[in-house]
Structures are given as structure tokens and as C-alpha cells.
Design a protein. Structure first.
Length: 107
């Protein structure tokens, strides 16, 4: 699946909306139906805690899970993405904001 989405994955509400297993599509925005138990547990602690230290620790765990077990390939470059390796085949620089990654492969 390929989506072109502009979001801030560091915002807890956006994390929950897009990556919580409780939000699998078609009823939510977790279109890839990504599930990570440690991420979900951290979100649950975030939702119930009032302790600033526990909130920070849970936020850190949730963000680390997005980085260490990524549900998406995050490509961020406001000017234009580029493929900078001879191993990447099929990449064509976009002439607009839309990048077609369906033909890209890494060898």
C-alpha cells in the first residue's frame, strides 16, 4: 500500500489515530493494520496517566516503537525526494507533489 500523507507522527493524538491497532480500517485510519503490542500498551498508559514522568516515559516508548518497528516508510523532504543510491531502481523525480513509489525497488 502506498499513501502520500503529511502528518506529525510525534503528536500523540496522531500516533493513536494512525497507528493504534484499535483503529484498523475500515473503522479507523490504521490502513496498513499495523500492530505492535508495546506501542499499544504505551498508548494505553498515556491515556490513563496523570503523572508527568510516566507520560514522558510512555510517549518515549510509543515513539521508539514507531522508529524501531516502523509501520510505514517515512519519506520527508519538502523540496523533493531523491534516490541517492545505485541500488535504487525505477525512481523518477516527481514534477509535482505526488511521488509514484510503486515502481521503486532496492537491489
Amino acid at each position: 500500500m502506498a499513501l502520500n500523507v503529511s502528518l506529525s507522527s510525534s503528536d500523540v493524538s496522531i500516533m493513536a489515530r494512525n497507528f493504534s491497532s484499535a483503529n484498523f480500517s475500515p473503522t479507523g485510519f490504521n490502513f496498513g493494520q499495523w500492530k505492535d503490542d508495546k506501542f499499544d500498551a504505551a498508548l494505553a498508559r498515556l491515556a490513563s496517566s496523570t503523572d508527568p514522568g510516566e507520560i514522558q516515559a510512555s510517549y518515549s516508548v510509543a515513539h521508539e516503537r514507531l522508529v524501531d518497528n516502523p509501520p510505514w516508510l517515512f519519506i520527508v523532504h519538502d523540496l523533493n525526494p531523491r534516490a541517492m543510491s545505485r541500488k535504487v531502481l525505477g525512481f523518477v523525480s516527481a514534477q509535482s507533489w505526488f511521488v509514484d513509489l510503486t515502481l521503486v525497488s532496492i537491489h
